[in-house]
Design a protein around this ligand. Structure first.
Ligand code: UDP
Ligand code: MG
Length: 314
């Protein structure tokens, strides 16, 4: 039995040593083989040299170092393609995914009832309330309009069987939204709740705008509902304009009112212009995604690694 731990790292020089110590302790206490698969996602600090140090003194450590920052999704994908384990887990380097949960998760999988054990935070302490509110709305919306069901508070931290990992690697889409992909492929998942843990060191790479963009990407990647919104808008507007035409004609014929007001005309023109641009924007988002998919650029490029046989470009 081999467990692979995929750890995406971007500027994690402070947190990495702590993570390594803690998870090694936990893994050594478990009755199985293990490997670390650290993915250095183009860090600008000492992350890579720390990884090299770890790899030198511990044979359990493998690192892949990207040629630049490709993002956490790409780092996870690189991990999945190169993980050799029968069981594979993705973990953040900042201890927000507690390694102490691993034995419990592993026991649950080996009992055979589930194919993966995923974690979800039951609270969002230490997070700005406005951010939590937006996060809740996001989960509500995406679950309503997409076919990937995503649990509120779900983390990327989960332990999975080989079968699931193979399915994930097979999903080679360029625009990756892992929370959606995990849900989309199915399999039996147990959700393990735990109390939110704050970062041990370093700082988060997310800000509000990045999160908003991530949320919009998630919706566009897993739902066509926004496109339908555009056509509903169009139909509604057409109906409305018919009614308006009848109203104006009748008013003119029956009451003989002269045509008044350029103000209302200006309002209508700008309103319709706005709606049209909005709908075109929605379409544009999908076209942009399609464009990126069609180009079939690689997800990541590995510049160096301490393992000889790795998939360097995929
Ligand atoms: N990360 C990465 N590439 C990036 C941004 C983040 O590999 O471009 C890694 C980061 O090092 C960490 C994990 O993704 O291990 C989660 O990042 P972070 O803690 O900043 O996110 P949060 O926990 O605040 O959602
Ligand atoms: Mg974090």
């Amino acid at each position: 039995m081999l467990i692979s731990l995929i750890v995406p790292c971007y500027n994690e020089q402070e947190a990495l040593p702590i993570f390594y110590e803690e998870s090694t302790k936990v893994l050594a206490g478990m009755n199985c083989e293990y490997e670390f698969l650290f993915v250095n996602d183009g860090s600008k600090d000492a992350t890579l040299s720390i990884l090299k140090g770890l790899a030198e003194k511990d044979e359990h450590v493998t690192y892949l170092s990207f040629s630049r920052n490709f993002g956490k999704e790409a780092a996870m994908y690189a991990g999945f393609t190169n993980a050799r384990g029968d069981y594979v887990a993705v973990m953040d380097a900042d201890m927000q995914d507690p390694p102490a949960l691993l034995p419990q998760m592993f026991a649950m999988l080996t009992s055979g009832e589930f194919d993966s054990v995923a974690t979800r935070r039951v609270n969002r302490e230490g997070e700005p309330p406005i951010r939590s509110w937006f996060a809740r709305q996001f989960y509500r919306i995406i679950n309503r309009i997409s076919d990937a069901d995503i649990v509120d508070g779900a983390r990327d931290f989960r332990l999975m069987k080989r079968e699931m990992v193979d399915a994930i690697v097979e999903m080679g889409e360029y625009n990756r939204f892992s929370k959606g992909i995990f849900g989309w492929i199915g399999f039996r998942t147990y959700w393990l709740p735990y109390e939110n843990v704050n970062r041990v060191a370093g700082e988060t790479k997310w800000n509000f705008w990045k999160l908003l963009k991530y949320a919009i990407d998630g919706i566009i990647n897993f739902s066509q509902a926004p496109l339908a919104v555009a056509s509903w808008f169009g139909m509604g507007m057409t109906l409305l304009s018919f009614i308006a035409v009848i109203f104006i004609v009748v008013r003119k014929l029956v009451f003989g009112d002269p045509v008044t007001g350029w103000a209302s005309t200006a309002c209508i023109i700008t309103f319709i212009g706005g709606v049209q641009l909005f709908c075109m924007g929605i379409m544009g988002q999908y076209i942009a995604k399609t464009y990126m998919e069609v180009k079939q650029r690689p997800h990541y490029i590995v510049a160096e690694s301490n393992r000889a046989e790795v998939t360097r470009i995929k």
